[in-house]
Design a protein around this ligand. Structure first.
Ligand SMILES: Cc1cc2nc3c(=O)[nH]c(=O)nc-3n(C[C@H](O)[C@H](O)[C@H](O)COP(=O)(O)OP(=O)(O)OC[C@H]3O[C@@H](n4cnc5c(N)ncnc54)[C@H](O)[C@@H]3O)c2cc1C
Length: 442
């Protein structure tokens, strides 16, 4: 019998909208994982707890912190495959693969996110127009389930559970190992181009499906007032193929997220900083060489953006919308803006490719992101935006928006009931539950 200490701690969702007293354990052996899982009726798995909404925490049962399962298990240079434990961080995985000129390109924007977290959220990165979501790079998964035991998942083995697990928000069990298909990358430097735009109309052509090529295209826009709405910068990153570089390991600091006691962001400071940011970008070189960390993990080193919201936190919505509806939706968005006057600190656009199914945030659509200061006007504005989802066939991200209710979820995720049914078929007791799954009655 292995004795594994459990501890209580107050835990927050990344956006600070939810705080829970949780009981957690940090197993470092598979036997411990089996034993501790056997003791609790409700379990949730936790990676780095960097999800904006409370996906990896639960007030009942046990939260399993899997960061000690962080080894590289197997690497096949000829086949270009790697098997890692799910608690490994993106940066530790990359430090190994990049030294072999290999990588997976679907990397969410912070280096200490774990593989288990990224697979469960079906994460995507800057290049999601070209490379889709992380689902595209997964060859197989080794899952541990309290009732069903050790289960191998792939297109050929237990395909149903494989599909439920990728983007399944940790509800099918503990992902213990993941095998990825890697692709070549000959350089960790990118050529970045910046193009100034005055409004969304001017940006539209960069996000048309015909414009998808080898570069990673995304944008940043002002949304701090209506007269400049949409003014911004289009960024285009292209891997520098002109030379090969000698890759040296990246050293990253641990999460630097420490919210200020008093928030710095308000309508005035957002407007001022946005103005300077835009000016700086306009004066800066239109084309330059940028390093991997800066391009792939844009928030690394810029943690103060989040810290400046203070202890009350912030709100984000991330929406997938058909290109053809983009302008019409943003026109209604602006009308509601005029009425509710929300405080928007970030507005960005990128393209995505993929196929929506089950509860996966994925489609051949444009991906819009808005961050808000949490206040009454932002909240009433967001409630009105929620009502536009059906009209414009919008898919909102559950991982990013910690407000999403059951009604919005089942109306927008048309395969969610199928997901739920299959999940119950796999585990009648529905062992793996989070704060979010409870709210969504999954
Ligand atoms: C600064 C920042 C930038 C981000 N940028 C992006 C981005 O560009 N694109 C994007 O898609 N997302 C992005 N995200 C969101 C992030 O990718 C996801 O929320 C991811 O799930 C967080 O991983 P984590 O290791 O922190 O997992 P946690 O937040 O701890 O858990 C997330 C989910 O994964 C499950 N889980 C974790 N480990 C396991 C496991 N071993 N087995 C089973 N389930 C498990 C949990 O139960 C939970 O449902 C960003 C987040 C931050 C903070």
């Amino acid at each position: 019998m292995i004795n594994l200490a459990t501890k209580e701690k107050k835990t927050f969702s990344f956006d600070k909208n939810h705080s829970l007293n949780i009981l957690y354990a940090k197993p470092d052996k598979y036997k411990q994982l089996e034993e501790i899982s056997g003791k609790y009726d409700e379990i949730i798995n936790t990676g780095s707890n960097l999800s904006y909404s409370p996906l990896g925490i639960n007030k009942n049962g046990i939260s399993l912190d899997l960061k000690k399962f962080n080894r590289i298990i197997d690497f096949d240079e000829n086949e270009k495959t790697i098997t890692v434990e799910a608690g490994i961080t993106l940066i530790d995985l990359l430090n190994f693969t990049l030294s072999k000129n290999l990588w997976i390109p679907q990397l969410p924007g912070y280096p200490t996110i774990t593989i288990g977290g990224a697979v469960s959220a079906n994460s995507h990165g800057k290049s999601c127009a070209l490379h889709g979501t992380i689902r595209k790079s997964i060859k197989s998964i080794l899952l541990f389930h309290k009732v069903n035991g050790w289960v191998k998942l792939s297109e050929k083995e237990n395909k149903n559970i494989f599909d439920l697990t990728i983007g399944g928000l940790g509800l099918t069990g503990t992902i213990v190992q993941v095998t990825f298909k890697l692709i070549n990358i000959n350089n960790t430097f990118f050529n970045t181009k910046k193009i100034s735009v005055n409004n969304i109309q001017e940006s539209k052509k960069y996000f048309s499906r015909e414009n998808i090529n080898n570069s990673f295209i995304y944008s940043w826009h002002r949304a701090d007032n209506l007269s400049n709405f949409g003014e911004g910068i289009i960024y285009e990153n292209l891997i520098d193929t002109s030379s090969e570089n000698n890759f040296k390991n990246f050293k990253v600091k641990n999460n630097n997220f420490r919210p200020l006691f008093f928030p710095f962001w308000n309508k005035f400071s957002i407007k001022l900083i946005n103005k300077f940011f835009l000016l700086f970008n306009k004066l800066d070189a239109k084309e330059k060489k940028e390093d991997f960390l800066k391009v792939i993990f844009p928030f690394y080193g810029k943690e103060n953006y989040f810290n400046f919201f203070g202890r009350k936190g912030f709100l984000e919505i991330q929406l997938l919308i058909n290109q053809t509806y983009l302008e019409q939706f943003l026109d209604e968005f602006k009308k509601l803006y005029q009425i509710h006057k929300p405080s928007i600190s970030l507005f960005s656009i990128k393209n995505m490719s993929g196929e929506q199914n089950l509860i996966r945030f994925e489609d051949n659509k444009v991906c819009l992101t808005f961050d808000f200061i949490k206040n009454k006007s932002s909240l009433s504005f967001m409630e009105q935006i929620d009502k536009l989802y059906l009209k414009y066939e919008i898919l909102p991200s559950v991982a990013k928006d910690s407000r999403i209710g059951k009604d919005t979820f089942y109306k927008t995720y048309k395969y969610a009931t199928e997901f739920k049914k299959k999940l119950y078929e796999f585990d009648k007791k529905r062992t793996y539950k989070s704060e979010v799954s409870r709210r969504l009655e999954l």
